[in-house]
Design a protein. Structure first.
Length: 78
């Protein structure tokens, strides 16, 4: 197998794993925040704000992983 084919394979697998990880992370985050809001309805606004911040951080890590995967696929030709 050529090096370029392996780089594309690794980039595709890495991007897929990053997307799956972000989906699982946000799913757990939403599940926990809904549970917390159901237990303490008066804290719903605070829980929502923390959930939005945490979701943004999870998406940032996923975006960083996708950029690394794209760099892996592109730099094979440099």
């Amino acid at each position: 197998m050529e090096a370029a084919a392996l780089a594309y394979l690794a980039a595709g697998l890495g991007a897929g794993l990053a997307a799956i990880g972000a989906g699982v992370g946000i799913g757990w985050l939403a599940s926990s925040s809904m549970d917390g809001a159901a237990r303490q309805p008066e804290a719903t606004d605070d829980i929502r704000n923390l959930m939005i911040i945490s979701a943004a951080l999870i998406e940032g890590v996923a975006l960083f992983a996708l950029i690394i995967c794209l760099l892996l696929a592109v730099t094979i030709f440099l």
